[in-house]
Design a protein around this ligand. Structure first.
Ligand code: ADP
Ligand code: ASP
Ligand code: MG
Length: 419
């Protein structure tokens, strides 16, 4: 007997027919003798709809009430799946975040899971019941409902797998694994059998939304075995324990690591670029810019400071999440006296393209291939940032798809090139 967590995303739960098919898949795992906890997302599009209601009700909504509203999508699908399982003859019940309880911090809309009380759930599993748990939601110390940030059901699933000491956490979605890049953009993207935690963490954080970044960090910390696989396969599809999808693993499980230079390419259109023109070139100037942004909880990503002009002033360019652009401008204008810039310009028509791979540690030339490939296509690079296993560039948004495609070919990732 194995203990497994099965997580189903929004498209997998979109409508009663899909939910019935999920129930059939869960039933197969139960019939194979496994103990199963299922974590579900809201139906595709539902969370967006609920967020829209909050915004419509008031631009300055209370995040505590926002969480009450947006967590409702998962409450519905967890109940519906429990009903579908029961109808299929599988004993099952739903456990809402506050019933288990899944204790989180009080950072509404982006809460962190602190503890999962397993006592009641263990008893239920031992009695042969399938536990259906709404993803994305928890409860804070005051008993108020919280949510974990968009895409957070992945994190709920991994946290549940860690708490259950599950043998595997299977993340069922609408693609059959993690690819070298988003297969909806590059049809020649190749499915990966394995990806390291570190690479997946980096890929997720630079825009590969197949897994929420936090879920990968948590899996890495807790050593949870995560598989990404498709829920859109027939009854005769291979069982999940034959590992048909992509496994997220430790580096020691990858044999030919040295030969694999680039693992994947991701893009992110959700950043905005800000340039402060003519900032005085003196100690403390940069701190005067970024301290107020940090105080406002705004995450700055790429930063470029140009060399000083003769007039002893410099331009500073950086990116922030597009959703925080208006607030960033407000914060910077308030601090204008302190910072002393002449002008602020901004641009939301930018995209960040990133190449990721652990092979980069031992091979030079990854960045220069990126720059020359983009240069040959006339794509201008507006900013650059790097880490040990990643190079990112900021380009004009209209070139996103082209850039991802030409880089995919340049690094030999196209399916035809597969060994
Ligand atoms: P779910 O609703 O199941 O959580 P998501 O939409 O959050 O599904 O994530 C799955 C999507 O992630 C895919 O449909 C695909 O378009 C996208 N995606 C982006 N990058 C990748 C990648 N490298 N490999 C696979 N899918 C990716
Ligand atoms: N339903 C939530 C969202 O759309 C959480 C999730 O699906 O992971 O962000
Ligand atoms: Mg998702």
């Amino acid at each position: 007997m194995a203990r497994i967590v099965m997580k189903f995303g929004g498209t997998s739960m979109a409508g009663i027919e899909r939910i019935r098919s999920v129930a059939a898949r869960v039933k197969r795992e139960v019939a194979a003798g496994n103990q199963v906890a299922v974590v579900v997302s809201a139906m595709a599009g539902e969370t967006d709809r609920l967020v829209g209601f909050c915004r419509e009700a008031s631009a300055l909504y209370d995040p505590k009430e926002y969480d009450v509203v947006v967590s409702a999508g998962e409450q519905i699908t967890s109940g519906l799946l429990a009903i579908a399982l029961q109808a299929a003859g599988v004993p099952a019940r739903s456990w809402l975040g506050w019933q288990l309880a899944i204790a989180t911090s009080d950072a509404h809309a982006s809460a962190r899971i602190e503890n999962i009380d397993m006592a009641a759930l263990e008893a239920s599993l031992a009695a042969g019941e399938v536990a259906v748990i709404p993803g994305f939601q928890g409860v804070d110390a005051e008993g108020r409902v919280t949510t974990l940030g968009r895409g957070g059901s992945d994190t709920s699933a991994v946290a549940m797998a860690a708490a259950m000491k599950a043998d595997r956490c299977d993340i069922y979605t609408d693609v059959d694994g993690v690819y070298t890049t988003d297969p909806r953009i590059v049809p020649r993207a190749r499915k990966l059998k394995k990806v390291t935690y570190e690479e997946m963490l980096e890929l997720a954080s630079v825009g590969a939304k197949v897994l929420q970044t936090r879920s990968v960090g948590l899996a890495m910390k807790e050593g949870v075995r995560v598989q990404v696989l498709s829920s859109f396969t027939g009854e005769d599809a291979p069982m999940a324990d034959t590992l048909p999808g992509t496994m997220i693993v430790g580096e020691e499980e990858i044999d030919d690591m040295e030969s694999q230079l680039i693992t994947g390419i991701a893009h992110d259109k959700n950043e905005a670029k800000i340039t402060l023109i003519a900032v005085p070139d003196k100690p403390g100037a940069v701190a005067a810019i970024f301290a107020p942004l940090a105080a406002a909880n705004i995450n700055v990503d790429m930063i470029i400071q140009n060399i000083a002009h003769a007039a002893r002033s410099t331009d500073v360019t950086f990116t922030v999440p597009a959703a925080d652009l208006a607030r960033s401008i407000e914060v910077l204008n308030q601090a204008r006296g302190e910072i002393g810039f002449a002008e602020l310009v901004h641009d939301t028509r930018v995209a960040k393209i990133s190449v990721v791979g652990v092979g980069m540690r031992s091979h030079a030339g990854v960045a220069s291939t990126m720059f020359s490939t983009l240069g040959e296509r006339g794509i201008n690079i507006q900013a650059i940032s790097t880490s040990e296993i990643k190079v990112s560039v900021l380009i004009e948004e209209d070139y996103t798809e082209l850039a991802v495609r030409v880089l995919h070919t340049a690094y030999g990732l196209d399916a035809e090139d597969a060994a």
